[in-house]
Design a protein around this ligand. Structure first.
Ligand code: SIN
Ligand code: MN
Length: 274
């Protein structure tokens, strides 16, 4: 898949681009089976919340090893639809994954993600340039009630804004200071709710300001995130680097796979016919 000139212009201008139906219902079904399999696993990086102890985030689905490795997620991270789109947005064919995660945002109890820029944390990982992009894939329909993402259009053009460490939820992150957000949002176009059916994706720049609300609905809101960096921009050494699940050390350039690779990976997971 290639983005049209209008789509690349929209990504450059807004800092994000919604891609409806990027992933098919059959692929979503396979990925959802994988999430169901992974939820009970306590792997490095998994953080849980709420009375049912559902993961707020779990990591490293794309990897070939480790407790949360998943063939279908690895395949999806390398399909032309996603990897070639990230290559096009970053203007580079040599990319690797900084991390992947699934945010479950459990029914009723799944909590807020405060306004932040992903590069707020990733610069502290030692990544020198904001040449990174994330593809989020909805594994449920996303609505305002169930805590969809919101993007602040054009906010990537402001560059990285100094962040503060927010430990108000189970997933502690570098968030934007409230006073700074009040000031910036008064000067900005209104935030855009990223809504859609399961299988819809959004690709967004690492400096785009984004957030999401609590899930007030009776159903979980599952979303998968694939965060790409250019190989030349791999992190420099930092003191006390974050663990591999969130700051990958696998900096080899990724290779594209066939576009039906998720379906193929799903086939191999099926129990053999009697
Ligand atoms: C994120 O920004 O990293 C996650 C937001 C969400 O899942 O709502
Ligand atoms: Mn984020």
């Amino acid at each position: 898949m290639m983005l049209t000139p209008e789509q690349t212009a929209a990504y450059a201008e807004d800092g994000f681009l919604v891609l409806p139906n990027l992933v098919t219902p059959a692929e979503v079904a396979i990925l959802r089976c994988e999430v169901t399999r992974l939820i009970p696993i306590d792997a490095p990086g998994t953080v849980r919340e709420g009375s049912a102890g559902m993961p707020k985030s779990m990591f490293r689905m794309h990897a070939s090893d480790g407790a949360t490795a998943s063939g279908p997620f690895q395949a999806l991270s390398r399909t032309p639809r996603i990897l070639a789109t990230a290559m096009q947005c970053l203007g580079d064919r040599e990319l690797y994954i900084h991390h992947t995660k699934v945010n479950v945002k459990a029914a009723i109890e799944g909590s807020v993600w405060p306004w932040h820029q992903d590069y707020g944390s990733w610069k502290l990982d030692g990544i020198q340039q904001p040449d990174m992009t994330t593809v989020m894939v909805m594994l449920d329909d996303a609505s305002e009630l169930n805590g969809c993402l919101y993007m602040l259009p054009g906010s990537h053009n402001w560059g990285r804004v100094e962040a503060v460490f927010d430990s108000s939820t189970a997933y502690r992150l570098w968030a934007l200071p409230p006073e700074e957000m009040r000031r910036r949002m008064r000067q900005s176009p209104a935030p855009v709710a990223v809504l859609g059916r399961a299988g819809t994706a959004v690709i967004f720049h690492c400096n785009t300001m984004h957030a999401s609300s609590h899930n007030l609905s009776p159903e979980d809101r599952w979303q998968a995130y694939f965060c790409y960096n250019t190989c030349v921009n791999r992190p420099v050494d930092v003191e006390n680097p974050r663990p591999d699940y969130v700051r990958s050390r696998n900096w080899a350039p990724m290779t594209l796979v066939a576009d039906d690779a998720v379906l193929q990976a799903g086939e191999t997971l099926r129990p053999a016919a009697e």
